[in-house]
Design a protein around this ligand. Structure first.
Ligand SMILES: [Zn+2]
Length: 152
């Protein structure tokens, strides 16, 4: 997923916990994009040697442990960040490979395979129907945000 992590998280919170506090909403929204900060490492340090889904930031167990620790300490922020990140993992699983069983297995499967139809892989994703779904999510989140009395 390219652009819909944040709006998808916003929609999820509005649907599941419409009474969520601003703090919880902000934590979930932050968590929904936090895993992709590994792209800085991917481009600036790792020189694109490993797919960024192979980094710890894209391992669901890491976020599940954060959720557990946050729950144990009564931290709604930690639980919110972890929930947002786990939603990120679910959405990345649609057209990307996430190793849900890591560290016990490296098995991963994608729900939808995006074929390499263009020389530049990004163009292949942008021209695939799954990107239209992302645009629909962004549009829906925009509509909900505009008609909602709650801005965040
Ligand atoms: Zn990601």
């Amino acid at each position: 997923m390219f652009v819909a992590h944040l709006p998808a998280a916003y929609l999820a919170v509005r649907a599941i916990r419409p009474d969520a506090s601003r703090t919880v909403m902000a934590a979930i929204l932050a968590g929904s994009v936090l895993p992709d900060l590994d792209l800085l490492w991917f481009y600036l340090v790792d020189a694109r040697q490993h797919h960024h889904h192979d980094y710890l930031t894209h391992k669901p167990l890491v976020w599940a442990l954060l959720a557990l620790a946050g729950w144990a300490r009564g931290s709604a922020i930690a639980v919110g960040v972890a929930a947002g990140a786990l939603l990120h993992m679910m959405l990345d699983s649609i057209a990307g490979q996430i190793t849900w069983g890591w560290p016990f297995t490296t098995w991963a499967a994608t729900l939808v395979v995006v074929p390499a139809t263009r020389d530049w892989w990004v163009a292949s994703f942008l021209l695939h129907w799954t990107f239209a779904v992302e645009i629909a999510i962004c549009t829906a989140a925009s509509v909900v945000w505009f008609v909602s009395g709650k801005r965040i």
